[in-house]
Design a protein around this ligand. Structure first.
Ligand SMILES: [Mg+2]
Length: 408
């Protein structure tokens, strides 16, 4: 069996999804997602210029060897661009494998450990009443877990993931007005004074059953993060996400020494070498990798298995920049993984998105149920794809009041 062709598509409704389609001499094809938010053309170029010319003629069933060929075969390894490109190939090969076996991918991983996967939504408010209204709307839809982000009184611009005005909805999804980013102002002191009380108010309003998550988005120093994690202990968070910049695996030690608040980190990691120390030293509770830029199912499964040895559960990244293909790949891992925790779920559930990526997977009552279709269970309509093309976009860049650039 041989790979005969592979094509890359960039574009989509409200997002620049990078979709890979691998074709074979037996008529079976596989799909992968290489979307790297706001840098989408780069994994697409890596695929087209370097990987696909090598892929043609390979046996698609040898997904492990193909992964090693591209990873070990390159002198300059790792990094989000390369790993997103490898990830898309790997997902597509597992899709082909499942279709050949006439089994959903979760069966090839070891079958189901659970029927559905717990997911969380994003509630956001310009102020506290706006946030409580947003949380209530998700609770009404049946969500049992919600990430909460709130505007900070006195901060001169909206903080991470919150709108400028009440009821304006989420405004943090990519700004497509151009490649030059807007500026967001950040003040750690105001955040540290306001947010623990805001989280306590949300807990008091919704009671003990709701799983409440909060994302610091890499904004604090280790000492500040330790103090914050201790301050929010009475809230009983499901997790505190990305408290410190993710490059420094040592930073988590100080948080652990001072607090029992569960810590989640890793959405910017792309290799087991970015998190092995964190996991082995049991400094985190949830690993947030994404199957897209952590090298696909093959490499993500290695990270999940290492995490399982150290009481670390999964909480895969699920921002709107993940296409339904990578979300399906994660869904198959989620129903299998013995150490599954929760899944972030923010796929743009629009009719346009469903037309581009037809599937039978189902979101119901805050849970994701994976279909029994062979492979990943998601298709890709090339006719629909022809309607879309790449649009330059950006995230905001963060500065302190005095102009110093800070962590997004
Ligand atoms: Mg996050």
């Amino acid at each position: 069996m041989k790979i005969t062709d592979a094509k890359v598509f960039v574009g989509g409704p409200g997002k620049n999804y990078v979709t890979l389609k691998i074709e074979t001499d037996q008529g079976v094809y596989g799909l992968g997602d290489a979307t790297l938010n706001n840098r989408e053309t780069l994994p697409a170029a890596y695929l087209k210029d370097y990987l696909i010319p090598n892929l043609i003629g390979m046996d698609p069933r040898n997904s492990e060897d193909i992964w090693q060929f591209f990873y070990r075969g390159a002198y300059f390894r790792r990094g989000p661009i390369a790993m997103a490109a490898f990830g898309a190939i790997d997902m597509a090969l597992w899709d082909i494998k499942g279709k050949l076996a006439r089994m959903p991918v979760y069966q090839l991983l070891g079958g189901k450990s659970r029927e559905g996967a717990l997911t969380y939504a994003h509630a956001t408010g310009a102020d506290l009443p706006d946030l409580i209204e947003s949380v209530a709307s998700y609770v009404e839809q049946g969500y049992k877990a919600v990430r909460v982000q709130c505007g900070i009184p006195g901060m001169p611009s909206a903080s991470y993931a919150v709108p400028e005005q009440p009821s304006a909805g989420q405004e943090y999804i990519t700004d497509f007005s151009g490649i030059k980013p807007k500026t967001e102002i950040w003040e750690t002191e105001r955040y540290m004074r306001f947010m623990p009380d805001a989280l306590a108010e949300v807990r008091a309003h919704f009671g003990p059953e709701l799983n409440i998550l909060h994302d610091v988005h890499h904004r604090l120093s280790p000492r500040e993060a330790a103090s914050f994690a201790k301050a929010v202990e009475p809230v009983g968070l499901y997790w505190l996400e990305d408290p410190t910049p993710a490059e420094d695996q040592n930073a988590l030690k100080m948080i652990r020494q001072h607090s029992t608040t569960p810590i989640a980190i890793g959405e910017v990691f792309n290799s087991i070498w970015d998190c092995n120390k964190l996991i082995e030293n049991e400094l985190i509770d949830f690993i947030r990798i994404a199957v897209t830029y952590a090298g696909g199912i093959t490499h993500s499964k290695r990270i999940v298995d290492l995490a399982g040895l150290h009481h670390v559960r999964t909480g895969f990244h699920g921002a709107p920049s993940h296409s339904p293909i990578s979300m399906a790949a994660q869904a198959h891992l989620n129903v299998w993984a013995p150490n599954f925790g929760i899944q972030e779920y923010l796929v743009l559930g629009t009719p346009e998105c469903a037309a581009l990526f037809p599937s039978e997977h189902e979101m119901r009552g805050g849970m994701f149920f994976v279909s029994d279709a062979p492979g990943l269970g998601v298709d890709f309509d090339e006719g629909e794809a022809a309607r879309y093309s790449y649009k330059p976009g950006s995230h905001p860049v963060v500065r302190l009041q005095d102009g110093t650039v800070w962590n997004y």
